[in-house]
Design a binder for this molecule. Structure first.
Ligand SMILES: NC(=O)c1ccc[n+]([C@@H]2O[C@H](COP(=O)([O-])OP(=O)(O)OC[C@H]3O[C@@H](n4cnc5c(N)ncnc54)[C@H](OP(=O)(O)O)[C@@H]3O)[C@@H](O)[C@H]2O)c1
Length: 288
């Protein structure tokens, strides 16, 4: 297939690109940064330099690549700026979908999140409505996600990958990531809010599989949603931080419920090779 990969240099895109090339796809890889083009070419892709906020430039780039599929792995989280990321979800996605439709792409596969669901008990399945009535600042995040998902849904075929919280190399939860820094600075408190994690390698593998999945939204998360008072002490220990204060009595925000991966596992045959965050956050015994 001819694939246009937006977000080719991000934490998922870097893993996804070699998987697509190895499967024999022709990949056009988007970056804003000219200095990254040579690396993308060396990886086997056709690089293209454009900013997704520039609709005209993006339309030309997508049209020239004549894609069968557009893969949307764009985020603007390098500075952990959630406002900028919501803006990219709204504006960048709008431009990318317009460009994909104009270019005659058949399918769009897009990155979303698995923690935008409305509140309730237990992990949320895909038919749970999005939490559009949430107060700020969550409201802006949810509405950015909704705008992204609605735009992607205009494609003839589409898959929205609602990813859990990434862990693994290059993520916020790596030993050099921002959450590890928070942990070492004593900024984390372990309460009852529930998170579903996913290793970035599993996230990338799902994006490859989604080239052939039926239209719809799918949670891509590991098998063990966990309360912060479960995972956070393990994470802190793994990154050399002191144990976090634990507050088991704090009320769980209703939306912080984790996500159910049953559809991915049973309907689509997706397998998490990192089925539990616990293994990633386990303390490695010192070698003797
Ligand atoms: N589900 C999750 O937990 C989740 C999801 C996403 C990210 N994150 C976290 O966020 C951190 C940063 O993510 P990241 O490393 O993927 O980097 P990022 O800065 O969010 O960039 C991701 C990709 O989007 C591209 N991009 C961003 N803005 C663009 C624009 N205006 N036009 C064209 N392309 C644009 C970047 O390309 P260029 O910079 O090459 O132009 C890059 O390929 C990670 O550590 C990760 O843990 C978490």
């Amino acid at each position: 297939m001819r694939v246009f990969l937006a977000g080719s240099t991000g934490v998922v895109g870097r893993r996804l690109l070699p998987l697509l090339i190895a499967d024999g796809h022709h990949v056009t890889a988007l970056t804003r940064r000219p200095e990254r083009a040579a690396g993308l070419r060396a990886a086997g892709a056709e690089p293209v330099v454009a900013d997704a906020r520039d609709g005209r430039a993006l339309a030309a780039a997508v049209r020239d690549s004549a894609p069968d599929v557009v893969v949307h792995q764009l985020t603007d989280l390098g500075r952990a700026d959630l406002t900028a990321n919501s803006e990219l979800r709204r504006v960048g996605t709008r431009h990318l979908v317009n460009a994909a439709l104009d270019a005659g792409a058949r399918r769009i596969v897009a990155q979303s999140i698995a923690w935008a669901y409305a509140g309730g008990d237990g992990p949320a399945a895909e038919d749970t409505p999005l939490d559009r009535d949430a107060p700020e600042p969550r409201r802006s995040t949810v509405h950015g996600v909704a705008a992204l998902e609605e735009a992607v849904g205009e494609a003839p075929e589409w898959v929205v990958l609602r990813y859990g919280m990434f862990h693994g190399p290059g993520t916020w939860f790596a030993p050099d990531g921002v959450r590890a820094g928070d942990a070492r600075a004593g900024r984390l408190v372990a309460k009852g809010d529930v998170t579903s994690f996913v290793h970035v390698d599993d996230a990338a593998a799902a994006a490859v599989a989604a080239l052939n999945w039926p239209t719809g939204a799918v949670n891509i998360c590991d098998d063990h949603p966990a309360a912060a008072y479960e995972w956070m002490p393990a994470f802190c220990a793994a990154v050399g931080a002191p144990p976090p204060p634990v507050d088991r009595g704090a009320e769980r925000p209703a939306w912080a419920r984790g996500a159910d991966n049953t559809r991915a596992r049973t309907e689509l045959g997706w397998v998490a090779h990192h089925p539990c965050w616990r293994d990633a956050f386990a303390i490695r015994p010192a070698s003797r």
